[in-house]
Design a binder for this molecule. Structure first.
Ligand SMILES: [Zn+2]
Length: 162
């Protein structure tokens, strides 16, 4: 996936994930996605292995269900085509479908329980949502506008000449 495509897919997953996340694992998955902020970490090194999402085997079925639901909702809502995401419908649909088709057949014996790797130190009490976009924020910065991928995308969009 190209960088902007990956970025859009992350934002899509974060927006839809935030609407349905209930458990600690689900919220932390979304923080982990936000933690892979390309503008901070550098372009081109993101992307994820579905076997390495910090799975907990005894909760595997529910965890996988959360991810599949999130992708289904992204397709239904065409989240990838919405501001500030700007992804053409055919690309968004293709990529979401591709991720869904990798996740769908995944079995508990395929996944690793290795903890997720973060770029920023994680604090147990730092599960925070952006007050504007309601997505879960990373801990890569102190300032809220740099901790929310959508706030930050809007900030950069404004800086570009019209
Ligand atoms: Zn925001």
């Amino acid at each position: 996936m190209s960088n902007s495509l990956t970025h859009s897919i992350y934002m899509t997953m974060m927006v839809e994930g935030a609407k349905i996340a209930r458990t600690r694992w689900e919220k932390e998955f979304l923080i982990w996605l936000a933690d892979h902020n390309q503008s901070v970490i550098g372009l081109g090194i993101v992307g994820f292995d579905v076997c390495e999402l910090g799975w907990i085997k005894e909760d595997f079925v529910a965890q996988k269900q959360f991810l599949l639901q999130l992708l289904k909702n992204a397709q239904a809502n065409k989240t990838y085509a919405q501001h500030p995401i700007y992804l053409k419908e055919e690309f968004g649909e293709t990529k979401i479908t591709a991720i869904h088709s990798i996740l769908e057949p995944l079995q508990v014996e395929d996944v690793s329980e290795h903890p997720r790797m973060y770029y920023s130190p994680q604090k147990a009490d730092k599960v925070e949502q952006c007050p504007i976009h309601e997505v879960y924020m990373n801990n890569l910065d102190e300032e809220q506008k740099y901790r929310c991928l959508l706030c930050e995308a809007e900030l950069y969009a404004k800086q570009k000449p019209a």
